[in-house]
Design a protein around this ligand. Sequence first.
Ligand SMILES: [Zn+2]
Length: 319
Amino acid sequence: MDHDIFLVWLNETDNLSPDQRAEASRILSGSPSLQAVVDLLEAKVREDRICPHCASEGAIIRGHASGLSRFFCKGCGKTFNALTGTPLARLRHKGRWAEFAASLRDGETVKVSAERCMVARTTAFRWRHRFLRAVTAGAIKLRGIVEADETFFLSSRKGERNLDRKARKRGGKAAKRGLSEEQVPVLVAADRSGTTISAVLPAVTAAHLQAVLQPLLDPDALLVTDGCTSYPPCAAAMGISHESLNQTAGQRVRGELHIQTVNSRHERLKTFLRRHRGIATKYLDSYLRWFQLAVIPKHQTPRAILAAAAGILPISRHA
Ligand SMILES: [Zn+2]
């Protein structure tokens, strides 16, 4: 931050309410306490007072339980707290969630994360899946020049019973080289502001590409891809402008057009996933959300990660 802007910002702190001052000081001290996390989670409920059971408004606060305000709904007579109906409901040790969010940001394995947060590995594993469940693409839009390209991951049915083939040791190689049923396609698309999305594709077809891209693409976007034949019919169906690069003929850049942003995202994604060896394919979506939420954005904060996990905020947009 520019020094002059910092001085203006500092002067603004004179206008903070006592509550805001206490929250700001907790954040500046670098360790968001349980209360900072609870404040974040409760702010929205306190404002809306909407019952998650029956959607009535006007719930009133009636006491506390497990460190959270208990709300009472006059409509249905049930009680709820800020986490009711979210993936974080009934998880314990809230005081360690901020540390766990930092662990997600750092892309840590279950083992490292469990040690850092002083919880059992089974707990760290459960937290990871719960935290990532609520994360959605939100209102993300890809604008301007939008690069899209697929990358492939080895399919793994680790942990599943009744394998119809011999189990492969983790980190194994596909029996067939190149594309085969054992390769899972993942679409990554990024615009030049750094906004990035990724999604598992059932197959690389125009229809599957359209299903992922259509809700995310600004109507005025220019889609840039390699020469894969599924993109032209996909772009035509969406009514989106499209340019393809003939990479097999050595055309990597044409004027402003290239797919280097998305290809560098592929490399980062592979590096990130390599750390968590032998990921079961059924969990790949969850890892992609993790990558988008916590790994791609620079300087992602534990607070923003917690908010996304509680379904309060969409994923931070910029890398
Ligand atoms: Zn109710």
